[in-house]
Design a protein around this ligand. Structure first.
Ligand code: SAH
Length: 191
């Protein structure tokens, strides 16, 4: 485990990303509601997924599902530029305020359907998806750079497989299954 990542994980206060009534539960390693039917993952899963992404300070990263902004902080901390897409403007607004408050200047925000990626800034060295499509979103694979890695849950509502997609230098795609997980649905073309 990367020491810097572990240190960041232990120092980042999850209560900053939660509404008042859930702040007291921030330290529990479990998912919590963030409003509008959405949830923040348990911290250990955010740590695991970030670790699987193998981030470098030079990386351009795409995140789908900004949500509370908690996962975004992990990504922004360890990459060069983060592009994050959230469907619900209310959640995006709050997340942006929190992340700006924490001092992150390398995050680019968009409200919209992230199942189509963010083509304008592609390709991305890394892609993190924190809402689940039923099948693999082709646009996201297209927007992944050679030697790129994408982590995403894929499967039906209720439970999914967490998948690691690696694109090699020739553009060939390799997939491996990491864990069983339960994410909220990725709304849009792949839901
Ligand atoms: N990573 C977040 C949790 C994400 S919950 C955190 O750390 O808090 C999943 C998020 O994906 C929700 O905010 C939901 O609104 C968003 N979402 C669902 N479908 C989406 C889509 N098609 N494009 C962008 N965001 C989407």
């Amino acid at each position: 485990m990367d020491e810097a990542l572990l240190q960041f994980y232990t120092s980042l206060d999850r209560s900053l990303f939660l509404d008042t009534q859930y702040k007291g539960l921030a330290k529990l390693d479990r998912p919590l509601p963030i409003g509008l039917g959405q949830t923040i993952s348990q911290p250990s899963l955010v740590l695991y997924m970030t670790q699987q992404l193998d981030l470098k300070k030079t990386h351009k990263v795409l995140e789908i599902g900004t949500g509370s902004g908690y996962q975004s902080a992990f990504l922004a901390e360890f990459c060069s530029e983060l592009y994050t897409v959230e469907l619900l403007s209310e959640l995006q607004k709050q997340a942006k305020e929190r992340l700006l408050g924490l001092g992150y200047q390398n995050i680019h925000y968009k409200v919209g359907d992230g199942s189509l990626g963010w083509a304008e800034h592609a390709p991305y060295d890394r892609i993190m998806v924190t809402a689940a499509p039923k099948r693999m979103p082709l646009q996201l694979i297209e927007q992944l750079a050679p030697r790129g890695i994408m982590i995403l849950p894929v499967g039906p509502l209720g439970w999914q497989e967490l998948i690691r997609v690696a694109k090699d230098e020739r553009g060939e795609v390799h997939q491996s299954k990491l864990l069983d997980v339960a994410f909220v649905q990725l709304v849009g073309e792949y839901s």
